[in-house]
Design a protein around this ligand. Structure first.
Ligand code: F0G
Length: 455
């Protein structure tokens, strides 16, 4: 009999609204769930980032915050913990993942340089572009097909990788291995693949960095699916992964079980010095990097908790609970079920809505109206691009709704409620209408766009 290896000490009420209220709210929000106040959301699956429930030890750690400007006690705990997991020489705190990306790329990339990844997460890609760099994804082709079941759909295609390395030579300045691969559906990479990627990069003299937002979940999949690692601990697997690289960037808002924080850790002395200089200008002194001492303490404790196999088992199991509930009802989702989220395949669910009418956004809104469940669109609203020359719109391959599960926050009953809401919407899917944009901004329009139903 399974049960979670923790119990609940503090509870927070779940907001309850009526369907009539939600119909009004979604209209007022311009059919964009980013515009809905969280107090009007019953189950919030917008993101698993910064939404974890902290443990009693993390809260106790908050009370041990040493808010000294330089050399806070908590920094040393933070640094030692990260070194014991990652094994790199330098540890540099910052306030979240995208700042880590910005600072690293500022010091590595010149305009025209190339950065490679299995798949860059949006902010990572944007940070490469903002330095004039060229981001290239070299993930295996299967990653783009939601129906293919594979153990390690986050793996790199070694042929694609070597081809770019050969062709571009010195222009390639960094490889960022995203584990798990968020943009590809929270899919893991295998240790075998990581080892081979490392070997190739060494041959061409390109540094390997990890984007470790969800590395503990990736380690769990390795233990589960890669035979040689079934008797290793999650920590041993993590250490082996990082032994093949030169550094890592982390959004601590995911697998460090905190609400804010991040860091950069690396071996290269010169680069670390440059990074610290940039940090001082935009984040703060290198022993706090935009965080309070108490935040550093909560991260140090959370990093250790997230390596606990019992916790990871409960975590991944709950994501699968939702995924399997939907699979049993023939509701199309990305397969296999990833580590942090379930992705609904809106293209298959809403066949009557063309991509020009934002099917994944329409489905996101329908889930909110039906049951107060908030997911996020990953489809045309986020990614469709107008070709400036021809005026033609290029649509993304997939229309997805991501339902990201916060860590240690919801019970199985909440998750099953979400399943029921999705099922209800699925059964009435023919009634869902397409949407059109009324107002949009030039960059990252999905955050702020105002839409309207097409009647
Ligand atoms: N890398 C990955 C793989 C991420 O998923 C994220 C954030 C970041 C970097 C950036 O970190 O938010 O701390 O600045 N992902 C969130 C999400 C926003 O909802 O998937 P950040």
């Amino acid at each position: 009999m399974f049960f979670e290896p923790y119990k609940i000490k503090v509870v927070e009420p779940v907001p309850i609204t009526t369907k009539e209220e939600r119909q009004k709210i979604i209209k007022e929000a311009g059919y964009n769930v980013f515009n809905i106040p969280a107090e009007k959301v019953t189950i919030d699956l917008l993101t698993d980032s910064g939404t974890s429930a902290m443990s009693q030890n993390q809260w106790a750690g908050i009370m041990l915050g040493d808010e000294s400007y330089a050399g806070s006690r908590n920094f040393y705990h933070f640094k030692d913990t990260i070194k014991s997991i990652f094994g790199y020489k330098h540890v540099i705190p910052c306030h979240q993942g995208r700042v880590a990306e910005n600072i690293v790329f500022s010091n590595i990339l010149e305009p025209g340089d190339i950065a490679l990844s299995n798949t860059f997460f949006d902010t990572t890609r944007a940070n490469v572009l903002s330095k004039g760099g060229i981001p290239i994804d070299v993930v295996i082709e299967e990653a783009y097909n939601p129906d293919i079941e594979m153990d390690f759909k986050g793996n790199v295609d070694l042929n694609k990788l070597e081809e770019v390395l050969k062709r571009e030579g010195d222009r390639v300045k960094i490889f960022v291995f995203t584990i798990t691969n968020n943009s590809g559906g929270g899919q893991p990479a295998s240790l075998k693949n990581i080892r081979e990627v490392s070997r190739l990069l060494k041959k061409y003299g390109v540094p390997l960095f990890f984007d470790t937002a969800r590395y503990a979940e990736n380690c769990y999949f390795i233990k589960e699916r890669e035979k040689e690692y079934k008797d290793k601990s999650i920590l041993e697997i993590a250490r082996e992964i990082f032994s093949y690289g030169d550094g890592a960037m982390m959004s601590a808002k995911k697998d460090a079980l905190v609400n804010i924080g991040g860091f950069i850790t690396l071996n290269d002395d010169d680069l670390a010095e440059k990074i610290k200089q940039t940090l001082i200008i935009i984040e703060g002194f290198p022993t706090y990097g935009g965080l309070a001492g108490r935040d550093l303490e909560a991260i140090a404790i959370g990093l250790k908790e997230a390596l606990d196999e019992g916790y990871l088992n409960a975590r991944i199991r709950q994501v699968r609970l939702l995924g399997n509930y939907l699979i049993e009802r023939n509701i199309p989702i990305i397969k296999p079920i990833g580590g942090h989220a379930v992705y609904l395949d809106a293209k298959k669910i809403l066949k009557h809505i063309p991509q020009s009418q934002f099917p994944a956004q329409a489905l996101t809104c329908a889930l909110y109206v039906e049951g107060g469940v908030r997911g996020v669109e990953i489809g045309s609203l986020m990614f469709a691009e107008k070709d400036e020359k021809s005026g033609k719109i290029n649509y993304p391959k997939n229309e997805l709704v991501r339902l990201a599960i916060p860590r240690r926050v919801y019970t199985d009953n909440h998750i099953l409620y979400v399943g029921e809401v999705i099922n209800e919407v699925f059964n009435k899917r023919e009634n869902i209408k397409g949407l059109k944009i009324i107002k949009e901004n030039k960059y990252l329009r999905h955050f702020t766009a105002i839409l309207e139903e097409i009647n």
